[in-house]
Design a protein around this ligand. Structure first.
Ligand code: CUA
Length: 356
């Protein structure tokens, strides 16, 4: 038997390497970790839907998986049968088998059957999209505008009529359980896609156009999502969290987010440094002269779980590290290295830590 070539051995080792990578993520999906504010559903998993829309999507996914598995078993089975049955036997004279050109019946079969399968799947998919989109959005739905940016999410909580922004945050949506949140999706630069697999399918965020979708989570906890449309260097680090709370928890959170930041005299030096540097050209802090709109609103930044759109958990160390050189933590980020001195770094970190 000929030894497998170097290429095929490389391919095999890559395949098994991928299996090794995939296996732990499947295992983790079974065991959600817990955090202070409830369960973090740590893996983005379409197979554990936590909302009506995600259940619809899962139905289609199982159908497609089932049909594809059947096709694979039939094709691979026939192939295996042919390989074993018609392999050359010892002592047999080696000769070219009969060459057959064209068979009307077979060609018709392998054209029509795939067309019917694809058409059937397209119909089922269209029906699912229709069901999800036809949902009547209740008048009391929470209205949230989400703007995709390279590479983070700007989140506006809108007034009941949807016309004005009442509060701005970033990378994390808080929503009440068992209520509809109506999302208005926009983009400030390139095409992104909003995807929280446990809650709904993907929807693109397109420049100069508003797409709409809704989520209605039925379980408490933190759900992870990410941008699902390649949008540049840090596409993979454009992560997103939906924190589902009970109504009281949500109301408290919203009230706290709308309140002005607490004034802490102990961080006056840091505040002074922050407002002296060009931080304020890009970032906003409510009730101050900082009105920048290019970067995330920092008014209550310390209530968020992560920094740099999910790159690291938010704490003193990661915040200082980020301020020292954002390019090291997230290469390509639009925030430049501000060349701050060690003292300035400490002071600004202290000030930002007070923004709760
Ligand atoms: Cu934003 Cu990919």
């Amino acid at each position: 038997m000929p030894r497998p070539s170097i290429q095929s051995r490389r391919l095999l080792s890559r395949f098994f390497g991928m299996l090794v990578l995939i296996a732990p993520s499947i295992a983790f999906a079974q065991a959600p970790e817990t955090a202070s504010n409830g369960v973090i559903h740590a893996k983005q998993n379409i197979f554990v839907p936590m909302s009506a829309a995600a259940e619809e999507v899962l139905g289609v996914s199982w159908l497609v998986t089932g049909i594809c598995t059947a096709i694979f078993v039939i094709v691979a089975g026939l192939l295996t049968y042919a390989i074993i049955k018609f392999r050359s036997k010892p002592g047999e004279e080696r000769q070219e088998p009969p060459q057959i050109y064209g068979s009307f019946q077979i060609e018709l079969a392998w054209t029509i059957i795939p067309i019917m399968i694809v058409f059937g799947l397209a119909l089922v998919t269209a029906r699912t999209i229709g069901t999800v989109q036809a949902r009547q959005i209740p008048a009391d739905a929470i209205k949230v505008k989400v703007i995709g940016r390279q590479w983070w999410w700007e989140v506006h909580y809108l007034s009941a009529d949807g016309k004005t922004t009442e509060m701005i945050t970033a990378n994390e949506l808080h929503v009440p359980v068992n209520r509809v949140t109506h999302l208005y999706l926009q983009s400030a630069d390139v095409v992104h896609a909003f995807w929280v697999p446990a809650l709904a399918g993907k929807t693109d965020l397109i420049p100069n156009h508003t797409n709409e979708m809704w989520i209605e989570p039925n379980t408490l906890g933190t759900f992870l999502g990410n941008c699902a449309e390649y949008c540049g260097t840090q596409h993979a680090n454009m992560l997103l969290r939906v924190i589902v709370e009970d109504q009281a928890g949500y109301d408290n959170w919203l009230a706290a987010q709308k309140a002005p930041p607490v004034e802490d005299k102990a961080v006056a030096t840091g505040k002074d440094t922050f407002f002296r540097t060009s931080c304020v050209n890009c970032h906003a802090v409510d009730g101050t002269i900082a009105k920048g709109v290019f970067g995330p609103d920092l008014t209550h930044m310390m209530t968020r779980q992560t920094i740099a759109a999910g790159v690291a958990p938010l704490n003193r160390e990661t915040l200082r590290e980020w301020l020292r050189d954002p390019q090291e933590m997230k290469h390509g980020s639009l925030m430049p290295n501000m060349q701050l001195t060690e003292t300035e770094l400490d002071d600004i970190t202290d000030y930002l830590l007070s923004l709760k």
